[in-house]
Design a protein around this ligand. Structure first.
Ligand SMILES: *[C@@H]1O[C@H](CO)[C@@H](O)[C@H](O)[C@H]1NC(C)=O
Ligand SMILES: *[C@@H]1O[C@H](CO)[C@@H](O)[C@H](O)[C@H]1NC(C)=O
Ligand SMILES: *[C@@H]1O[C@H](CO)[C@@H](O)[C@H](O)[C@H]1NC(C)=O
Ligand SMILES: *[C@@H]1O[C@H](CO)[C@@H](O)[C@H](O)[C@H]1NC(C)=O
Length: 662
């Protein structure tokens, strides 16, 4: 790595070389100093190596793919003129990106009654907080979820948050909420604001590491006065405060600046650190080299000085910038989650990246060698960014943490809006948080994770209605009398009659959810499932369904999809069809769980093998008109369905802390 290219301009101040600030002492992991950098190992693919040699001209490709030679430009000219977006450190609203800065005109007369319905009742959202006259509102804009953690009996959520307006602003700060059960949240004062030169353009994503003695160290990405992405250190001002209200920034920030060869806008989202065999703390940061997504590895003893290790934990060609990387162990045998430093027999490692290019969260299972610091995917064809996704709907910038309280690993995610920005401004909020999901290795398939809503959400269930062995004939639509349909927890089991499974001709049908006409595309063995948020006349409906194909070899394949094409009569909302294949093992019934919470619907098939998060904006199927139906649009198969449907109570969001906000 002697031939690392160098960047000619130096937009940041040099790293401080001592800890002369009034920082509480951070106990080193061991008495050993940081180990020497690893020798350059074979991690870099040929392409990468070429990328390194070819030089910076290509490393500075702009967001539209044009190569821009920024080396000759002065730093001032580097400031992007785009109003918001990746370079600005927010997850840009990628649906219907305005053309030439213009929004398409809203064709539907959205009124406050329709818009108010969209606000969720048991998903986390920051409080709506209109201020007098100025029309100030609060908005949650995650990049990655800044930092989930469990401390002294409280779960903490720090989120990327714009206190200034209904669309993205320059001053993204850390919103803060705490909960005892991941469901009922207390809103707390903003934890960190953009008050230093090294984060004046945004206090972006970070991760906490809880040291063995209980100390919390927080690393977060700041965007400097020159829009350079740097990593900063922060810590709680009063570690005895379980609510962690006050935060202190380390006076000698930044602690990490982009290394040579890395664009200063491609260096963000440090992970939680884990212990290396040498006893140092090790963490990764996402980046890219040309079109190759990469994870840089750093070692540290005190979280103030870092050593960049040679080589990369992992890289995948063609996947672009890796945001919000996550790296954690998962048990091949047990039912518990694992703390981030655990490794050994019976442990696999999950590598996850949020792809800036397509705005989806990808993961892969593999093996981590802590000595070479290399992670290898189990199946190279299903590598990070080209294989499995956490979720096939709207789900981005997620992150896990280890919950020492319940010995589980919990996944959180940012769920953006898929309506128009005009509507977001009218309703005064944007984005929600997905229900936290417990993550487990799927022992049965051995090739994927299982994601399941944390058990605490079950406490909101009430008024259960049971339907047993309902027969749904070919072409039928069956209403389910369950009362109101906007806040539900549904579990359903489907069986396809054996006779038709055998009778149906094998074919070479190629199915994919996105391009197969959704619930209206009829085949012999599908689609069948539920219509969510549907009005009585079915003028609006969101089908969540299975579709089975029988290959020419006689093998069955099952797909799990959600169709938004008829979810709203308004046209300025997303109408896509999402989904993917779901593994179904011999003897298994088809199962689905669906959490309905107004404009968000989270669907989990086969115990969480394939998941789809939907944002839906009905105009008629709301309030008392929101209903649920079963449907079977297969042409051959008769279906038997059994369901439990609960009404869901609202989560409490108010507390004596609420009045502390702003
Ligand atoms: C970088 O990407 C561009 C566009 O995809 C490609 O033309 C170029 O060859 C790549 N450079 C390297 C070094 O891989
Ligand atoms: C950014 O802040 C640093 C540190 O205070 C300073 O040296 C530098 O001149 C500033 N750059 C600009 C463009 O203001
Ligand atoms: C409870 O469920 C029944 C149908 O099983 C429904 O008629 C009733 O309205 C529901 N009650 C509430 C409070 O939702
Ligand atoms: C079933 O398919 C027909 C024909 O494509 C379509 O008109 C109908 O809306 C579909 N039913 C549902 C519930 O989507």
């Amino acid at each position: 790595m002697e031939d690392r290219i160098t960047i000619s301009h130096q937009p940041y101040t040099p790293l401080p070389d001592g800890d002369n600030g009034p920082l509480l002492p951070i106990s080193p992991a061991t008495q050993n100093g940081p180990r020497r950098s690893l020798k350059f190992v074979h991690v870099l693919s040929g392409i990468l190596a070429v990328g390194l040699i070819i030089g910076m001209k290509f490393l500075f490709s702009s967001s539209d793919g044009r190569a821009v030679d920024k080396s000759t430009t002065s730093p001032e000219n580097l400031v992007e003129v785009e109003p918001r977006g990746v370079s600005e450190g927010v997850s840009m609203k990628s649906f219907r990106r305005p053309l030439l800065g213009m929004e398409p005109p809203a064709d539907f007369p959205w009124n406050s009654n329709v818009l108010s319905w969209q606000r969720t009742s048991f998903h986390f959202q920051p409080p709506k907080n209109w201020m007098n006259g100025g029309g100030m509102c609060l908005l949650m804009f995650f990049r990655c979820l800044s930092c989930p953690l469990y401390y002294k009996g409280w779960y903490h959520l720090f989120y990327q948050y714009n206190p200034d307006g209904a669309i993205w602003g320059k001053k993204i700060v850390w919103g803060h909420a705490a909960s005892r059960d991941l469901i009922h949240w207390d809103n707390l004062p903003v934890a960190m604001v953009t008050d230093k030169w090294y984060d004046v353009n945004g206090v972006w994503t970070g991760s906490a590491t809880i040291l063995p003695d209980g100390q919390i160290v927080m690393l977060y990405t700041g965007s400097t006065n020159e829009s350079v992405q740097v990593q900063n250190l922060a810590y709680p001002a009063d570690p005895s405060d379980p609510l962690l209200i006050e935060w202190v920034k380390y006076p000698n920030n930044p602690v990490l600046v982009p290394p040579p060869g890395i664009d200063f806008k491609d260096f963000r989202d440090p992970t939680t650190a884990w212990l290396s065999p040498e006893g140092t703390w090790r963490l990764i940061i996402g980046s890219k080299l040309n079109r190759t997504g990469i994870s840089l590895v750093y070692d540290t003893v005190d979280f103030k000085k870092f050593t960049l290790l040679d080589g990369l934990l992992h890289a995948v060609h063609g996947t672009g910038m890796w945001e919000c990387v996550d790296f954690y162990p998962i048990s091949k045998v047990g039912e518990n989650g694992l703390d981030t430093s655990i490794n050994g027999l019976g442990v696999k490692h999950v590598m996850k990246a949020s792809l800036d290019d397509d705005r989806n969260d990808y993961y892969a299972l593999g093996t981590y060698d802590p000595v070479s610091t290399i992670w290898v995917p189990d199946n190279p064809k299903m590598d990070v960014g080209i294989g499995l996704r956490y979720d096939y709907g709207i789900y981005y910038a997620s992150k896990t943490f280890y919950d020492s309280n319940k010995k589980r690993r919990v996944l959180w995610s940012w769920i953006k809006e898929t309506d128009s920005e005009i509507s977001d401004i009218k309703k005064g909020w944007a984005s929600v948080q997905g229900i936290p999901r417990t993550i487990l290795f799927d022992h049965k398939t051995g090739s994927n994770l299982l994601q399941w809503p944390v058990e605490e959400v079950n406490k909101l269930r009430s008024n259960k209605t049971v339907f047993e062995n309902l027969e749904i004939n070919v072409g039928a639509v069956v209403p389910l009398e369950i009362g109101l349909g906007s806040q539900l927890d549904i579990t359903a089991e489907f069986e396809v009659d054996k006779e038709s499974l055998e009778r149906v001709q094998a074919s070479n049908e190629v199915y994919d959810c996105k391009n197969s006409m959704g619930a209206a595309g009829r085949g012999a063995l599908g689609p069948f499932g539920l219509l969510i948020l549907a009005d009585k006349k079915l003028s609006e409906q969101t089908p969540v369904y299975f579709y089975i194909t029988k290959g020419s070899d006689g093998d069955l394949k099952t797909f799990f999809c959600a169709d938004h094409s008829r979810s709203s009569e308004a046209t300025d909302v997303d109408k896509e069809i999402y989904g993917s294949i779901v593994p179904v093992l011999r003897g298994e019934k088809l199962t689905v769980r669906i959490l309905v919470d107004h404009s968000i619907v989270e669907s989990f098939s086969q115990g969480g093998r394939t998941c789809i998060t939907s944002r839906v904006y009905p105009t008629k199927a709301i309030y008392t008109n929101a209903k649920v139906f079963l449907f079977n649009n297969a042409t051959e198969a008769r279906i038997t369905a059994s369901l439990n449907i609960w009404q869901m109570n609202a989560a409490q969001r108010h507390s004596h802390y609420t009045n502390l906000i702003m």
